[in-house]
Design a protein around this ligand. Structure first.
Ligand SMILES: [Zn+2]
Length: 223
């Protein structure tokens, strides 16, 4: 039996998570038993969200979802590799399943500000699996440097954060199953940016080539 408490007497993270499962049981397995039984037989999510692995950007939490609402895949910095790249086989499988089997109507790439993955890309040091993965975003960094040649690291990071979801969408458009679904007008692809600092959500407008608010922070609610 694993020890549930650390040396200070606090519950260890795994034990807190296991204890919290009772809340899920109460809400979904007991209070919403009939609906949950249907879900057990078949999931029918309307959208797929690809987000960063960051602990602050869980799509189910950010969008107040219940089980069955969204199909999720996560990758550091929410990068989508080009089709045919040796990276991202897991994501290719997830998108193919979401688009062809689940027939989701919306596929959303959600990047975010203060992204540790983007920070690593801009800092450019380190090696190993993380550095290998961040190489996927190399074109993002090159484009940011081209647009802001004299920018300091913070500005460059922000520029990369703006560009990354758009870069990922452009790669995604070349995935054959996505291309086919778009041609058949049964799928829409979105590039979103979750601004952690401001608590706001932006959508990239591909016609105007700029982000626009999806959800602005209500100013009358800001203390
Ligand atoms: Zn991130």
């Amino acid at each position: 039996m694993m020890k549930e408490h650390d040396h200070t007497g606090c519950l260890r993270p795994f034990a807190r998570l296991a204890a919290s499962f009772s809340s899920f049981q109460q809400t979904y397995c007991i209070e919403q038993k009939e609906h949950f039984r249907e879900l057990v037989q078949k999931q029918r999510p309307g959208a797929m969200v690809l987000s960063c692995c960051d602990s602050r950007t869980d799509p189910a939490l950010v969008f107040a979802c219940a089980p069955g609402d969204i199909f999720v895949s996560r990758a550091i910095a929410a990068f989508v590799p080009p089709y045919g790249s040796s990276a991202g086989a897991c994501f290719r499988a997830a998108t193919a399943y979401a688009v062809d089997a689940l027939k989701v109507q919306d596929l959303i790439i959600m990047g975010h500000t203060r992204c540790g993955g983007i920070s690593g890309l801009v800092a450019g040091h380190g090696d190993g699996p993380l550095a290998d993965w961040l190489e996927v975003g190399r074109p993002v960094l090159e484009e940011a440097r081209r647009r802001k040649p004299r920018a300091d690291r913070a500005v460059l990071q922000r520029e990369c954060e703006y560009l990354a979801p758009v870069f990922s969408v452009h790669n995604l458009l070349h995935y054959p199953w996505v291309e086919k679904a778009l041609q058949e007008h049964r799928l829409t692809v979105h590039a979103w940016l979750f601004d952690l600092e401001e608590g706001e959500l932006h959508n990239y407008n591909f016609e105007r080539h700029e982000y626009e608010f999806l959800q602005e922070m209500p100013r009358d609610l800001v203390p």
